[in-house]
Design a protein around this ligand. Structure first.
Ligand code: ATP
Ligand code: MG
Length: 140
């Protein structure tokens, strides 16, 4: 399988609870390399742009207000099949449905406050990485 890059976000519910290191350990234990990382506090407008694909969904206002409610850690993960592997490590969107040992099963508070974001395909990964990072910041 090819080496891929994916965009990950450690969400406000997790940064508030000081879980950045424990979540990063899950990525590294799965063979994903954190090749770029920074802590940022999104404005509501930035959160709305980032999650624009969900604009028509009933949870859009709740989701974007949450994402702008506290700092997040945005990061690029690299590895073999990194996009799917990261989603495996994250677990299902709703922690009630997430498999044992996944980040969301172990840390998420609810379907909305679910601790992590991960790109869902190669095109969104490229777009989401470019949203947060310049090429100069990606050191594989
Ligand atoms: P993400 O895109 O954050 O990695 P995902 O791909 O598993 O998560 P999506 O369907 O893309 O899930 O939803 C984006 C985010 O919107 C979810 O991670 C969650 O924070 C929020 N969300 C999704 N469904 C609901 C819901 N029913 N109620 C509240 N928030 C929701
Ligand atoms: Mg998604």
């Amino acid at each position: 399988m090819a080496i891929e890059r994916t965009l990950s976000i450690i969400k406000p519910d997790a940064t508030r609870r000081n879980l950045t290191g424990r979540i990063n350990a899950r990525f590294e234990e799965a063979g994903l390399r954190i090749i770029a990382q920074k802590r940022v506090w999104l404005t509501l407008g930035q959160a709305q742009t980032f999650y624009g694909v969900h604009r028509a969904r009933p949870f859009f206002a709740e989701l974007t207000a949450f994402m702008a409610s506290a700092p997040v850690v945005v990061q690029v993960l690299e590895g073999e099949g990194a996009i799917a592997k990261n989603r495996d490590v994250m677990g299902a969107t709703n922690p009630a449905n997430a498999a044992p040992g996944t980040i969301r099963k172990d840390f998420a508070l609810s379907v909305g406050e679910n601790s992590v974001h991960g790109s869902d395909g190669p095109e969104t990964a490229a777009d989401e990485i470019a949203f947060f990072f310049s090429g100069l910041e990606l050191v594989g």
